[in-house]
Write a new protein. Structure first.
Length: 376
């Protein structure tokens, strides 16, 4: 694998960031008119869907659909607002991980195999996240707006337009979504490539544990292993500082989306709604997106444990006194563990994902109880 192939994910990421306006001087969101339009669209849709959820005379299932629209748009809104302010840290992190990846790839062909897997994982993540963003926030929302958004008195421009405001509101929403299609795709690309950065970091840790054991050839010089590992430790801390609150938002909102989308699917199936296949597709997407983040956090945690085991398994008694001291440094650093967490409150791994799904299932049961009480 040549240097161009090694740098492919980073070229993807920089291209996406450039399209999003995050590589410009100053805060990127100010220099990107399309992104601002999209943020305004998300805000207006959140206001309209919130008003719909509180409106009198609507059925319980219609309220649930309005809540799903609100949660979905808030999800996208949060990312579009938060990401541009992470530009300096994000660019520094990209540069640091690129350096580690290229250095690791020059050591051993085994790392190239890991990197190929990660590039494939990146492309898979892009299609899943892009599918979630475009389908949830484009197709499903527009169809719901056309069907349900009768109550728009909260929108200020109705006072300045003397003709049929409702039809023009529909057209404005559709036009806004179409013009914001590109930034939605690019935001999906950034999200999936952030996943790739995490997986590439775990691949570098996996490579270190194999080299420390001497798998696939003679062990590399211990001092270079320690130096590379310390750099990876700094990268993981940087990832944690940069992404932990975004991942926290991801899991918090994903649990709500899974719950509401699952409940919407149950209602559609029970009432014979012709849009049930659409609800099913939305539900599958809401399940897949947090899985990607969980797998990344799980991978880092697992590879950190393997590195610790490799440090213990090394034949330290055959080393010189100086190398024994270096190995002790590596052992101490590896013992601190590698994981993504939000202020020590949560660790992003498959255990957390199972808890999110269980919580969503409990919320669905609660919604069914609320619907029964509302009918009575």
């Amino acid at each position: 694998m040549g240097k161009e192939a090694v740098e492919e994910p980073f070229l993807w990421l920089e291209r996406a960031l450039k399209y999003l306006g995050l590589l410009e001087q100053g805060p990127g969101w100010r220099g990107n008119i399309i992104t601002i339009i999209n943020i305004l669209a998300q805000t207006s849709l959140m206001v309209a869907s919130f008003a719909r959820a509180l409106e009198e005379g609507v059925t319980f299932s219609e309220r649930i659909e309005a809540v799903l629209i609100y949660v979905s748009n808030f999800h996208l809104f949060a990312k579009m607002v938060v990401l541009p302010f992470r530009r300096p840290g994000l660019l520094g992190l990209i540069s640091r991980i690129r350096r580690v990846v290229i250095e690791s790839a020059s050591y051993h062909p085994r790392f190239n195999k890991l990197l190929k897997r990660n590039i494939l994982f990146t492309k898979l993540g892009f299609f899943v996240v892009a599918g979630n963003f475009t389908f949830m926030h484009l197709v499903a929302n527009i169809s719901s707006i056309i069907k349900y958004m009768d109550n728009i008195y909260a929108l200020p421009f109705q006072f300045y337009v003397p003709f049929d405001i409702k039809s023009h509101f529909y057209l404005a929403c559709i036009y806004t979504y179409l013009i914001s299609f590109a930034p939605i795709l690019n935001l999906a690309l950034v999200t999936s490539l952030l996943i790739s950065l995490v997986v590439q970091t775990s691949a570098a840790v996996s490579y270190l544990s194999e080299r420390l054991r001497g798998v696939g050839g003679p062990s590399v010089d211990l001092s270079s292993v320690i130096s590379l590992h310390q750099e990876i430790i700094r990268i993981v801390y940087g990832l944690n500082h940069l992404l932990s609150d975004l991942l926290y938002i991801e899991f918090l909102i994903s649990s709500l989306q899974i719950c509401i989308a699952g409940y919407q699917l149950l209602i559609g199936k029970r009432e014979g709604d012709p849009r049930t296949p659409v609800y099913c597709f939305i539900f599958v997407l809401t399940l897949l997106v947090p899985v990607l983040f969980s797998l990344c956090g799980n991978e880092i945690k697992l590879q950190g444990e393997r590195l610790l085991d490799a440090s213990y398994d090394n034949d330290w008694y055959l080393l010189s006194t100086q190398d024994q001291a270096r190995l002790q440094v590596l052992l101490t650093e590896a013992g601190r563990g590698l994981s993504l967490s939000y202020k020590g409150l949560v660790t992003f791994d498959m255990v957390l994902y199972s808890q999110v799904v269980k919580t969503s299932y409990s919320l669905v049961a609660m919604l069914e109880t609320m619907e029964t009480m509302a009918d009575n």
